[in-house]
Design a protein around this ligand. Structure first.
Ligand code: CAA
Length: 378
């Protein structure tokens, strides 16, 4: 694995850093008030950030997966909420169509997703099936040229804002996970009901809703992949999705860390900056080391994915490590700030609230350990 970025990747990092500083940072407070960053997403579309790894033939930027991960990492340093919006839109929203769609489906949807005209959401989780995603109850029944879908979904990132929903439902309940099929559902489909917004601990700028399907009629041509292939489509795209969430977690850790270092250099106690006192210096050293270890795992997984190599184990390792680092580093950043860190005057409490969910969504840390251990025995 190369440990240096190529010119294209460096260019992406600089472009996103500049955009984060000039456009995202001034909007963070608005997102904290719960305002969805539509205007930022439009600008990101203009910059080619909504379809970074998508081929030019489908309106994308055709850059490698590593460049995409760099973008999520850099965005999440400033706004983890925007980081997850982009990750879900690309990894588990656009990619399933790109990799499993028919040519007609790709032509119809991918250019609009890659330009940012459309936003995407991924609808797998239900109230009684989270980690055990294969036990979902949503049901799709073929009726003429349509599938009639009934059921509900929970914790849907980008729900209510997205124009395109990748929906998983069982076409053969007796077959368990092998009976699940995937569908491309447009927002205005009759029977698609956007339910209540979740009031989350963090990531206020990212919208998370419940969905209900009431006799939702989806054209049969919107079946994604083959009948019964849905679970594999979900898991295959979650492999790369998990690298995106790992990059988000890495960004959270680094963002909190940078604030902590800046503060430690300014804050004087006992006659000198706290950064030059060993208790804080050792803490910052531990934080920096955990971040560096996470970065190596995240970039290794992204490198493998860029090369088209298997990366399921590495993606899970990266997510497991980076999410733990995000939680621990953001907590320690508050400690460096002392009482100020516990207030909303400083941003470190926001990073701490945003960090926790990276250990939960796109597969909990316990699920990542299951995936890793399965790879160890195979
Ligand atoms: N790629 C492709 N296929 C895969 C795969 C992968 N990575 N992993 C497994 N499969 C296939 C298997 O080969 C198997 O098919 P065959 O029998 O034909 O070989 C089939 O899928 C079922 O595999 P398992 O028997 O291993 O499945 P399982 O039911 O035991 O579950 C699991 C495995 C790892 C626990 C899985 O259910 C899982 O990952 N659960 C977590 C769900 C999750 O991540 N949810 C996230 C929700 S999305 C989200 O959070 C987005 C957001 O808002 C941020």
């Amino acid at each position: 694995m190369k440990l240096t970025l190529n010119d294209e990747q460096k260019m992406m990092r600089k472009m996103v850093r500049d955009f984060a500083e000039s456009e995202i940072a001034p909007f963070v407070e608005k997102m904290e008030e719960g305002i969805f960053p539509r205007t930022l997403l439009e600008k990101m579309g203009e910059l080619g950030l909504m379809g970074i790894p998508v081929p030019e033939a489908y309106g994308g930027s055709e850059m490698d997966f590593m460049s995409y991960i760099i973008a999520i990492h850099e965005i999440s340093k400033v706004s983890p909420a925007l980081g997850v919006i982009l990750s879900v839109h690309t990894s588990v929203g656009t990619n399933p169509i790109l990799y499993f769609g028919t040519e007609e489906q790709k032509q119809k949807y991918v250019p609009k997703l890659a330009s940012g005209e459309y936003l995407a959401a991924f609808c797998l989780t239900e109230s009684s099936s989270g980690s055990d995603a294969g036990s979902m109850k949503s049901r799709a029944v073929k009726e003429g040229d349509f599938y009639k879908i009934n059921g509900s979904k929970m914790f849907i990132t980008n729900g209510g804002e997205a124009e395109i929903y990748i929906v998983f439902a069982s076409t053969n309940p007796g077959a368990g996970s092998k009976g699940i099929s995937a569908f491309i559902v447009e927002k205005n489909t009759p029977g698609l009901i956007i339910g209540k917004d979740e009031h989350k601990m963090g990531l206020y700028g990212s919208r998370t809703v419940q969905l209900t399907f009431e006799n939702m009629m989806v054209p049969a041509e919107n079946l994604l992949g083959s009948v019964g292939e849905g679970f594999k489509i979900a898991l295959a795209n979650l492999d790369s999705g998990r690298i995106g969430i790992a990059a988000q977690a890495l960004g959270i850790a680094e963002g909190a860390f940078e604030h902590a270092v800046r503060y430690a250099k300014e804050r004087v106690q006992f006659g000198k900056p706290i950064a030059s006192q060993q208790g804080i210096g050792f803490k910052l050293a531990e934080m920096a080391t955990a971040i560096e270890a996470s970065r190596l795992l995240v970039y290794q997984a992204a490198f493998l994915r860029s090369e088209g190599l298997p990366c399921g184990k590495e993606a899970s390792m990266a997510k497991l490590m980076a999410s733990k680092t995000a939680v621990e580093v953001s907590s320690e950043a508050i400690q460096v700030f002392g009482g100020y860190g516990y207030t909303k005057e400083y941003p470190v409490e926001r990073y701490f609230r945003d960090a926790k969910v990276t250990e939960i969504y796109e597969g909990t840390s316990e699920i990542q350990r299951i995936v890793i251990s399965k790879h160890l025995y195979n």
